[in-house]
Ligand binder design. Structure first.
Ligand code: PA5
Length: 422
């Protein structure tokens, strides 16, 4: 399970402040579990860890079929419709195992022409994901990919396309039914950024070869553990720390990882926190760093810049693989003091040193640790953070499950593009 090291948080939040706000955090959790309060119609994500085995089986079968019949997968979606899958795949899969590419998460012609070029002579599969079925970025990329499949003149082309969308409405649903491709449903009561444990995240993961039932098991255990109404529930402590620090002028939360393979997980978390809590003038700005890379870039600002940051370290203790620093007789680089040590041991010391340095630099820091990065642990982390931002959001009195602000750029872009009817 995840463990919480509260670091130096007690220098910023007193025990009595924690005691006073704990009942509020428990009430927020209670309202989620009992499906009450603002946005309660979008709490279907709480049911996802316990989806029936036959649904998981269907996803796994489809994953296996794609792996057998195609040589790579292109996941086409934006925001909550791709970030979770990308996070899990980057954390858990070797690139060479079964390549998974991502399209439709930007409007760059260079990005998409490079991708199309790479796919030209390959029997690629496309998994197009959009709950609304009308998202411009996704639809454009899907059109480009369909066009390439058409040019490849494949008599079984429709078997290479899978759609994941709303069970009843939207342009993608209609298109999928018309061209007769496999479709998986996104439950109506699950929003994009909470959909990683639905087919949105699980199908791409299954194609990539991740044992999705293990991820769901981890999520189910986490759901049980982190919905306990007790002061030993670390999810509640993390959620209320974020809430209280915001009231004390903290404006930014940096999620710092020492595992580059967790970079996309940080991107998933940024969307989850930003879109859920950035409302009504509030919310911590979610940022991330990948250490030790960023110690040579953002480290200076973290150490000595403006003190409005909470740093949450996301640490995994045991690497899945180890490398040992070799001994060299000449020792010209003076590195023999590290010979025989593993990179994992050195990385751990880098984390400990960084945390101490940032504490001395007067940043509130806390650490969330997992034993190692496994499908189970990923399932746990997804649920842990989904619960935490929901509780912090509810404590702040906002609806964590809508995203009205996202429409503003769309309206203006459509007007500029002269979209009919806008
Ligand atoms: O979290 C969300 O709801 C959003 O980020 C959506 O996932 C994103 O805008 C994509 O929407 P759709 O799945 O409708 O294409």
């Amino acid at each position: 399970m995840i463990t919480l090291d509260p670091g130096n948080i007690s220098d910023y939040i007193s025990d009595s402040e924690v005691e006073e706000s704990l009942p509020g955090a428990i009430r927020a959790l209670d309202s989620l579990v009992n499906r009450k309060g603002r946005g309660s119609e979008m709490l279907g994500w709480l049911d996802l860890p316990s989806v029936p085995a036959e649904s998981t089986g269907r996803l796994e079968e489809e994953g296996e079929r794609v792996r057998e019949e195609c040589d790579c997968l292109v996941v086409t979606g934006i925001g909550g419709s791709y970030l979770g899958a990308r996070a899990a795949i980057e954390a858990l899969c070797e690139e060479a195992e079964f390549p998974v590419y991502f399209a439709g998460n930007n409007l760059s012609s260079l990005y998409h022409s490079r991708l199309l070029h790479k796919l030209q002579d390959r029997r690629f599969a496309v998994c197009v994901i959009s709950k609304s079925g009308t998202t411009t970025e996704t639809a454009i990329a899907f059109r480009l990919l369909k066009e390439l499949i058409r040019e490849q003149d494949d008599p079984r082309s429709s078997e290479r396309i899978i759609a994941i969308t709303d069970p009843r409405k939207g342009a993608l649903r209609k298109l999928a039914e018309e061209i007769g491709i496999t479709v998986f449903d996104i439950p109506r009561d699950v929003g994009g950024r909470f959909s990683i444990l639905s087919p949105v995240g699980l199908l791409p993961c299954a194609v990539a070869g991740i044992p999705v039932e293990e991820m769901l098991e981890g999520a189910a255990d986490a759901l049980e553990e982190y919905t306990r109404k007790a002061d030993s529930n670390i999810m509640l402590l993390y959620a209320l720390t974020r809430h209280l620090l915001q009231a004390k002028g903290i404006a930014v939360e940096v999620l710092s990882t020492f595992q580059p393979e967790m970079n996309q997980f940080c991107e998933w978390w940024k969307q989850l926190a930003g879109e859920s809590e950035g409302k009504e003038g509030g919310g911590l700005f979610p940022a991330s760093t990948v250490m030790t890379t960023d110690l040579h870039s953002l480290g200076q600002l973290l150490q000595e810049g403006r003190r409005n940051i909470l740093e949450t370290f996301l640490i995994s203790n045991k690497p899945c693989r180890e490398l040992i620093v070799p001994e060299e007789e000449e020792n010209l680089d003076n590195l023999n003091y590290l010979a025989g040590k593993s990179l994992g041991q050195i990385n751990r010391k880098a984390y400990e040193g960084t945390r101490d340095a940032h504490i001395s630099g007067k940043i509130p820091v806390l650490s969330l640790e997992i034993p190692s990065i496994t499908p189970r642990a990923m399932g746990e982390l997804f649920i842990f953070f989904e619960l935490a931002v929901s509780v912090s959001g509810r404590m702040a009195g906002i609806n964590p499950f809508d995203q009205p602000g996202v429409e503003e750029y769309k309206k203006r872009m459509f007007r500029l593009l002269e979209k009919p009817g806008v």
